[in-house]
Ligand binder design. Structure first.
Ligand code: PAF
Length: 281
């Protein structure tokens, strides 16, 4: 495995790889790996001849009051973990390498997809994500890129960007990996102390509650949201609960087919997200 910091070098190596007619699988990350990241890498390993992982905490996707500075970083540990799952190349650029001083071009998926859920509470976040992902796609030029369903809205928005801008690659969506107690894996879980960690289970519990209600035949999203709210409220501060169409991400008025139930909750100041696609039967 090689660790590369410069775009020029990545391009040189990957041009050779492509010339050998090898397929390239790509996993974009912000590092501080957990099992969720490793699952993406394992799948990329299985489906491609050559696997590239990027590690870059992208300042563009953090708001001014968000956790860019505190975001956990440990490149040495990440390199070791990636090597163990058979990654071929790690691209770990500096901020300067990705954004030169005069950087002024952005990719923004406009319209409804980016204005709801996390897009509403984190203005500019998805513009930062699509800009960096677009740049990374241009640098790596993969055949397949792997994204986790835990960041479901991100996945749908990246797919839309790929479609609209004709990036010649396939987006592979990978199921959320959970801890034994069902907490969705996230680098931000490291912010939780033991007590908060227990409270955080309420996100999954509320999704299971929604599932139970939907399977029981409850069709009014308001009723389900109210029940979820009552369950969550004493453990955390709700940012949003959404019951939406899984493709358009717009709220549904009546639950008649599969819906996306998604939520963001602050547990002792740590903002966590989770979601589940739930069918009626
Ligand atoms: O999901 C993430 O870790 C990030 O949003 C991504 C896709 C690596 C872009 O910075």
């Amino acid at each position: 495995m090689v660790v590369v910091k410069k775009i020029k070098k990545v391009r040189e190596i990957l041009t050779r790889v492509r010339n050998e007619k090898k397929s390239i699988g790509f996993v974009p990350t912000m590092g501080y790996f957990h099992q969720g990241h490793l699952r993406l890498m394992e799948l990329a390993r299985k489906e491609n001849d050559y696997v590239v992982v990027s590690i870059f905490v992208n300042p563009l996707q953090f708001g001014p009051k968000e956790d860019f500075k505190e975001y956990p970083r440990d490149l040495k540990r990440d390199i070791k973990m990636a090597e163990e799952v058979g990654v071929d190349l790690i691209f770990a650029p500096s901020e300067k390498e990705m954004y030169e001083e005069d950087f002024s071009t952005y990719i923004e998926v406009t319209g409804n997809l980016t204005q709801v859920m996390c897009g509403k509470s984190r203005p500019g976040h998805f513009k930062g994500v699509t800009t960096v992902v677009g740049k990374l796609f241009n640098i790596v030029q993969p055949d397949r890129a792997y994204f986790g369903k835990k960041d479901y809205q991100q996945l749908i928005i990246v797919k839309k960007m790929v479609k609209d801008l004709n990036f010649p690659l396939k987006i592979v969506a990978v199921n959320t990996v959970r801890e034994k107690d069902k907490l969705a894996m996230s680098s931000r879980n490291t912010y939780l102390n033991e007590k908060s960690r227990k409270k955080a289970l309420v996100l999954y519990q509320s999704l299971k509650l929604a599932e139970k209600e939907i399977k029981k035949g409850v069709k009014d999203p308001k009723i389900i949201k109210e029940k979820m709210k009552n369950l969550i409220e004493e453990k955390g501060e709700i940012d949003y609960i959404s019951i939406a169409d899984p493709q358009t991400l717009q709220e549904v008025e009546k639950i008649e087919k599969k819906v996306l139930v998604a939520l963001a909750v602050k547990i002792d100041g740590v903002r966590l997200i989770d979601n589940r696609i739930i069918g009626r039967n």
